[in-house]
Design a binder for this molecule. Structure first.
Ligand code: GLU
Length: 449
């Protein structure tokens, strides 16, 4: 491994000893870059990597809100503007009780390379709060979002930083957040946030985009191996927005998602989530706020496995689409033993580094990384920004066509980048290298700061 890469990883480990997620993602990305750094001594001379692992700026703020019973609550809010070299900062907001600054930094770092891969002008950021949306009333969610935006609005703007949704932040939250921004700024700057409702500047296909994009990417992988998607079985995790989009597109293309998971366990539906009723029920499950996948089993009479993860169920394709570090080494071994041939990450960093490495070493196992596979979501956010600045609304077909093209390009760029550095068909290293290259070029051109 390249000595400069090693020294930067070591520094990150020492400096961020309390931020294991951030250390994990830095190690994963930087270790892929060694062959690039070997060929570019000028990067070390400008301490390019040392600068890339330091967020440009991060804000931490207090968010106070009142519950329906009159009691006051205080949460922490963050926005980590990681890298703005190629465009305004862009990335989602996550509301979840266990998030910390570490979560923001790991997601902001990943976002930088993901956004670069889309080929669109968007820098990397992430934000959110340790607010727990579970069981909150609509009015409580609204007051929380308003308070959150009262602190955040001074740091964002259509040309500065453009937040969006992530876990715990969907269309409802985006609406309240944008409403408060508009009120505070006194301007209809709807390019400040994406994932908006259609009535005030949202884009068609944005809700589906991450899932659709993941399936478009998967089609490229299958095509490489001369296999059709039709008839394939897919094991997913989660049942949120991303998994919903995968189910919908898979159904349309004749494949079927047979597992879903939640904090309570997983379900196995041998017929697949392949009817409109089933697909729509995922939205209902999410909106209920119960956060229980067992509801699906009860409704459709399929098996529910309490407290278990879906890894090890026999499927052709595995798409972990729930959350970070959902797949550990022991799960990876079960996945391989079940005969899965395509391991397509979807959630941000769903696999531990150890499990990812192990899976990549298995003969015949094809591994695709989340930062490429799930980039269709943020890419469509950038398309939403384009529509907002044009004051136009594109048709569903137009947005979908762009999304499809972007996913094909991400796949092709990743394949080419790995080949260029003699790494063969390595989608993980290829995505890291291709994502890195554009940010590196922009940072080198803009001088050291
Ligand atoms: N949170 C999503 C992601 O992880 C979407 C971000 C966005 O649309 O800005 O990429």
């Amino acid at each position: 491994m390249n000595a400069y890469v090693e020294s930067v990883i070591e520094k990150v480990k020492t400096k961020n000893a309390n931020e294991p997620l951030f250390v994990q993602t830095v190690e994963e990305v930087l270790s892929s870059l060694a062959p690039v750094i070997d060929q570019h001594p000028e990067y070390e001379a400008a301490d390019l990597l040392g600068r890339m692992v330091e967020p440009e700026r991060t804000f931490t703020f207090r968010v106070c809100w009142q519950a329906d019973d009159g009691s006051w609550h205080t949460n922490t809010g963050w926005r980590c503007q990681f890298n703005g070299a190629i465009g305004p900062y862009k990335g989602g907001l996550r509301f979840q009780k266990n998030v910390t600054l570490d979560t923001m930094k790991f997601l902001g770092f990943e976002q930088t390379y993901k956004n670069s891969l889309t080929g669109l002008p968007i820098g990397g950021a992430k934000g959110g709060s340790d607010f727990d949306p579970a069981g909150k009333s609509d009015a409580e969610i609204m007051r929380f979002c308003q308070s959150f935006m009262q602190a955040l609005y001074r740091y964002i703007g259509p040309d500065i930083d453009v937040p969006a949704g992530d876990m715990g932040v969907g269309a409802r939250e985006i609406g309240y957040l944008y409403g408060e921004y508009r009120r505070l700024r006194g301007a209809f700057e709807n390019g400040v946030i994406t994932g908006k409702g259609l009535s005030y500047g949202g884009s068609l296909i944005r809700p589906e985009a991450t899932g659709y994009g993941a399936v478009y990417y998967l089609q490229n992988v299958l095509k490489h191996f001369g296999e059709p998607l039709e008839g394939k079985t897919i094991g997913c995790a989660g049942f949120g927005n991303v998994t919903w989009g995968i189910c919908k597109k898979a159904m349309e293309l004749g494949a079927k998602v047979v597992t879903l998971s939640g904090p309570d366990g997983y379900i196995y539906d041998p017929d697949g989530v392949t009817t409109e009723e089933k697909v729509n029920y995922l939205i209902e499950m999410r909106n209920s706020g119960r956060n229980k996948v067992q509801d699906y089993a009860d409704k459709f009479g399929v098996q529910f496995f309490p407290g278990e993860k879906p890894w090890g169920v026999k499927t052709d394709i595995c798409m972990p689409s729930a959350m970070q570090n959902d797949v550990h080494l022991e799960h990876a071994k079960k996945i391989a033993a079940a005969g899965v041939k395509y391991y397509i990450e979807v959630a941000n960093m769903p696999t531990t580094n150890e499990a990812l490495q192990w899976l990549m070493e298995q003969p015949g196992m094809v591994v695709a990384p989340s930062k490429a596979v799930n980039a269709g979501g943020v890419a469509t956010s950038a398309l939403e920004m384009a529509q907002n600045s044009e004051r136009l609304v594109w048709t569903e077909e137009e947005v979908d066509k762009h999304l499809h093209q972007i996913m094909d390009t991400i796949y092709n760029m990743s394949v080419e980048a790995a080949e260029r550095y003699g790494l063969g068909y390595n989608l993980v290293a290829g995505a890291n290298i291709a994502g890195f290259q554009r940010v590196a070029d922009a940072m080198m051109a803009q001088g050291v700061f």
